[in-house]
Design a protein around this ligand. Structure first.
Ligand SMILES: Nc1nc2c(ncn2[C@@H]2O[C@H](COP(=O)(O)OP(=O)(O)OP(=O)(O)O)[C@@H](O)[C@H]2O)c(=O)[nH]1
Length: 410
C-alpha cells in the first residue's frame, strides 16, 4: 500500500442516495393513521350533518302539515258557523211568521251555532290574535241569538202579530254584518297562516335539495381525497418494498450484489451454461494489504476505498458479468459465456490493473492491489459451492506467490 497527497472531491454517501426519495416506515404509518382518522372524522361529520339536516327538514314538514290541518279545520268551522247562523235565522222566521208550529228546529239550529262557536274557540286557542277575534265573535253571536230568542219568546208568550211587530230587519242585518266582518277578518288571518305553512313546507324541500347537493359533493370530494391518499400510501409501500428487497440482496456499503444475490445469479448462469454447453469463470478477488489502510488512515477511509474499488470493478466488467462483494475486502466476478481460458486471463489482467491504479481518499493518494483466483465451469466444478471453493484455493496460491496477480485453479 502506498500513500501520497491528492485533491479532495466531494461525494454523496450510499446511505443518503438510498434514502433519497423514500418515505420512512414511521412517516408511512403516520400517513395511513391520519388518512384513517381524517376519514372517520369526515364520515362522522357527514353523519351528524345528515342527521341534523334530516331532523330539521322533518320538523319543518311536520310543522307545516300541522298548521295546514288546523287551518283547514278553522276555515271549515267558520263556514259552518255562517251556515248555522243562517239556519237559526231561517228557523226563527219560520216559527214566528211562517208555517212552522214548533220551536224545535229553531232550538236545534241555535244549539248548532253554539257548538260551532265553541269549536272555533278551541281550534284557535294557540293563536293569540285569533283568540281575541273568537271572543269578539262569540259576543256578537250571543247578541244575535239573544235578539232571535227575544222574538221567539214573544211569539210563545202572546201572539204571532206581537212577535212580528218586534222583528226588525235593520237590526238583524246590522248584527249579521258585524258577525260577517269578524268572520272575514278571521278567514284572512287563516289565509296568512296557510301561506306561512306553505312557505315552511317549500323551504323544507329547498333545504332537502341543498343538503343532497352538498352531501353528494362532499362524498365525491371525500372519496377522491381518500383515494389519492391511499394511492400515495400504496406507492410509498411499493417503494419501501423495493428498497427492502434491494437491501436484502445488496451490500450496504458498496451497493454491489451480496453473497445471497451472487449465489442466485451464479446458479442461474450454471443452469444456462449447462443447457447451452458453455463455460463460465468464477474470479475470487481479495485486496492485498487492505488491513493496513484501516490501520494507518482509519476505518472510514477503508470504507471509502472499498466503494472506489467496487466502482472501478463495475466499470471494468461487461454488463453481462456480475461483480459482488461477499465480505471484508473480498469480491467475486462471474464471467458467463466464456470462450476460453485466454479470455479469462485477459479479464483478470484488466481487473488487476484497474484495482492497482491510485485512489484519492481523504486527500491522499492510495495504492492497493488485488489477487485473483479463477475457477471454470464445468472444469473445476458444477455447483456454485465447488466453483467458489476452487477459486478461493487459487486465490491463496496467488497470494502465496507474491500477490497482485491471478492464478487459475489447478
Ligand atoms: N474499512 C473496512 N474494513 C473492513 C470491512 N470489512 C472487513 N474489513 C477489514 O478488512 C481487513 C481484511 O483483512 P485481510 O484481507 O486479512 O487483510 P489484508 O491486509 O488485505 O491481508 P492480505 O489479504 O493477506 O493482503 C480486516 O482488517 C478487516 O477488519 C469494512 O467493511 N470496512
Amino acid at each position: 500500500m502506498e500513500l501520497e497527497p491528492c485533491p479532495v472531491s466531494a461525494g454523496v454517501s450510499a446511505g443518503q442516495a438510498r434514502r433519497k426519495g423514500h418515505m420512512s416506515m414511521n412517516q408511512q404509518n403516520r400517513m395511513a393513521i391520519t388518512t384513517l382518522i381524517s376519514g372517520i372524522l369526515a364520515a362522522s361529520f357527514l353523519a351528524l350533518l345528515i342527521g341534523w339536516s334530516v331532523f330539521d327538514i322533518i320538523s319543518d314538514i311536520k310543522r307545516a302539515a300541522v298548521l295546514k290541518a288546523r287551518n283547514h279545520e278553522v276555515t271549515s268551522a267558520l263556514n259552518k258557523l255562517q251556515i248555522n247562523l243562517t239556519n237559526a235565522e231561517k228557523s226563527e222566521r219560520g216559527y214566528v211568521v211562517g208555517s212552522e208550529v214548533s220551536a224545535t228546529p229553531y232550538l236545534a239550529a241555535v244549539e248548532e251555532v253554539r257548538w260551532t262557536t265553541d269549536l272555533i274557540h278551541a281550534l284557535v286557542s294557540n293563536d293569540s290574535s285569533q283568540r281575541s277575534n273568537a271572543a269578539r265573535l262569540e259576543k256578537l253571536v250571543e247578541s244575535k241569538l239573544g235578539t232571535l230568542q227575544f222574538v221567539v219568546e214573544a211569539r210563545e208568550a202572546s201572539s204571532i202579530q206581537a212577535a212580528q211587530l218586534l222583528m226588525s230587519v235593520e237590526q238583524d242585518k246590522l248584527e249579521t254584518d258585524r258577525i260577517k266582518d269578524v268572520l272575514s277578518e278571521m278567514e284572512s288571518h287563516e289565509n296568512t297562516v296557510l301561506n306561512k305553512a306553505l312557505r315552511i313546507r317549500d323551504g323544507a324541500f329547498d333545504k332537502l335539495w341543498w343538503v343532497l347537493a352538498a352531501l353528494t359533493f362532499m362524498l365525491f370530494a371525500g372519496a377522491i381525497w381518500q383515494y389519492l391518499r391511499v394511492r400515495k400510501i400504496v406507492q410509498y409501500a411499493a417503494k419501501s418494498e423495493a428498497a427492502i428487497r434491494h437491501l436484502a440482496n445488496h451490500d450496504v456499503l458498496t451497493e454491489l450484489p451480496n453473497r445471497r444475490l451472487l449465489l442466485e445469479r451464479l446458479d442461474t448462469h450454471i443452469d444456462h451454461a449447462h443447457s447451452n454447453a458453455q463455460s463460465l469463470a468464477v474470479m475470487f478477488m481479495d485486496l492485498d494489504g487492505f488491513k493496513k489502510v484501516n490501520d494507518t488512515i482509519g476505518h472510514d477511509a477503508g470504507d471509502e476505498l472499498l466503494k472506489c474499488v467496487a466502482q472501478r470493478l463495475k466499470s471494468t466488467i461487461r454488463a453481462s458479468d456480475t461483480v459482488a462483494r461477499i465480505g471484508g475486502d473480498e469480491f467475486i466476478v462471474v464471467v458467463p459465456k466464456l470462450y476460453g481460458a485466454d479470455t479469462a486471463a485477459q479479464i483478470a489482467t484488466t481487473l488487476v490493473d484497474a484495482v492497482s491504479r491510485p485512489y484519492c481518499i481523504k486527500g491522499r493518494s492510495i495504492k492497493v492491489s488485488t489477487s485473483i483466483g479463477i475457477s471454470f465451469y464445468p472444469k473445476h466444478g458444477v455447483s456454485s459451492g465447488e466453483l467458489l471453493e476452487r477459486a478461493d484455493q487459487a486465490l491463496n496460491q496467488a497470494k502465496a506467490s507474491g500477490k497482485n496477480r491471478y492464478r487459475f485453479a489447478s
